[in-house]
Ligand binder design. Structure first.
Ligand SMILES: Nc1ncnc2c1ncn2[C@@H]1O[C@H](COP(=O)(O)OP(=O)(O)OP(=O)(O)O)[C@@H](O)[C@H]1O
Ligand SMILES: [Mg+2]
Length: 222
C-alpha cells in the first residue's frame, strides 16, 4: 500500500504552496487520476511520489511517503525506480540511449535479470504497446508520441508496483490513446497502482480516485 502523510511542498522562492497537508492512501488496483490546469502541480505531485522531490529539486517539503511501510526518504532514487516508476511529461528528458532496444534493456539490466529474461521483457513491452517496429530505431529519430510509447515500454520492463504516468496519451492518435487506456486498466486489474496526470478528464472514467489540483490550490487560498 502507498501512503502519503501530510505532504506540503512549494518550490524555492515560490510564494504559494502546491500541496498543503495532503494525505492519501492507494491500494493495489487503484487508478488515481491527477487532473488540473497547467501549472496546478500535477507533475510536481508525481515527482514527489517517485522521490525526485525533495531529493533533487529545491523547495520546502514536509510529510512522508511510504510504500508497504518503507519510508521513501530512506531509499535512494535508483532503489525507488523499480517500485515507483515515472513516465515523464517530456520523453526527451527520459530517453538516454541511442537505440530503442538499448533504452529498454537498461532497466532490467540494472535489476540484474538474466539475459533471456531481459529479452522476454523487452519483447513483451514492445508487443503490448504495439511498437515492435521501433525496436532497432534510433531514439532521436522518433516522433514525440513514439518517444512517449518507448518510455512507457521502458517502465513496463521494470514491472514496478506503482506507475506514475505524466500525460501518457499526449501526442498519440486516438486509437493509440485508447489502447493505452486499456493497458492502464489491465495493469490495475493485475494489482498495480497507477497515478495518471492529464490536463483533461480523459482518465476519470476508469479512475478509482480523482485528485483535482485546482481544487486543492483553491482550498489553499481560502
Ligand atoms: N523546478 C521548478 N522550480 C520552480 N518552480 C517550478 C518547478 N517546476 C514547476 N514549477 C512551478 O510549479 C507550478 C506547478 O508546476 P507543474 O509542472 O507541477 O504543473 P502541471 O500541473 O504539471 O502543469 P502542466 O499541465 O503544464 O504540465 C508552476 O507554477 C511551475 O511554474
Ligand atoms: Mg505537468
Amino acid at each position: 500500500m502507498l501512503k502519503l502523510n501530510n505532504i506540503s511542498f512549494r518550490y524555492k522562492d515560490q510564494d504559494h504552496w502546491l500541496l498543503r497537508d495532503f494525505s492519501l492512501k492507494a491500494n493495489k488496483g487503484d487508478i488515481v487520476a491527477v487532473q488540473g490546469s497547467s501549472g496546478s502541480g500535477k507533475t510536481t505531485l508525481l515527482n514527489i511520489l517517485c522521490g525526485v522531490i525533495p531529493k533533487i529539486f529545491n523547495g520546502e517539503f514536509s510529510g512522508n511517503i511510504s510504500i508497504n511501510n518503507i519510508d521513501l526518504a530512506e531509499l535512494s532514487l535508483p532503489r525507488i525506480a523499480p517500485f515507483a516508476s515515472l513516465l515523464m511529461q517530456e520523453p526527451e528528458n527520459q530517453l538516454s540511449f541511442p537505440t530503442v532496444e538499448q533504452e529498454l534493456a537498461f532497466g532490467p539490466e540494472n535489476l540484474n535479470l538474466k539475459p533471456d529474461k531481459i529479452t522476454s521483457r523487452i519483447q513483451e513491452a514492445l508487443g503490448v504497446l504495439e511498437i515492435e517496429n521501433l525496436r532497432h530505431q534510433e531514439t532521436s529519430s522518433l516522433s514525440f508520441g513514439q518517444k512517449k510509447l518507448v518510455t512507457f515500454a521502458s517502465i513496463l520492463t521494470l514491472s514496478p508496483r506503482i506507475f506514475l504516468l505524466d500525460e501518457p496519451t499526449a501526442g498519440l492518435a486516438q486509437k493509440k490513446a485508447k489502447m493505452l487506456k486499456n493497458l492502464i486498466r489491465s495493469l490495475a486489474n493485475r494489482g498495480k497502482i497507477i497515478f495518471v496526470a492529464d490536463h483533461n478528464t480523459n482518465f476519470t472514467d476508469i479512475a478509482t480516485h480523482t485528485i483535482d489540483m485546482d481544487e486543492l490550490n483553491h482550498d489553499l487560498s481560502d
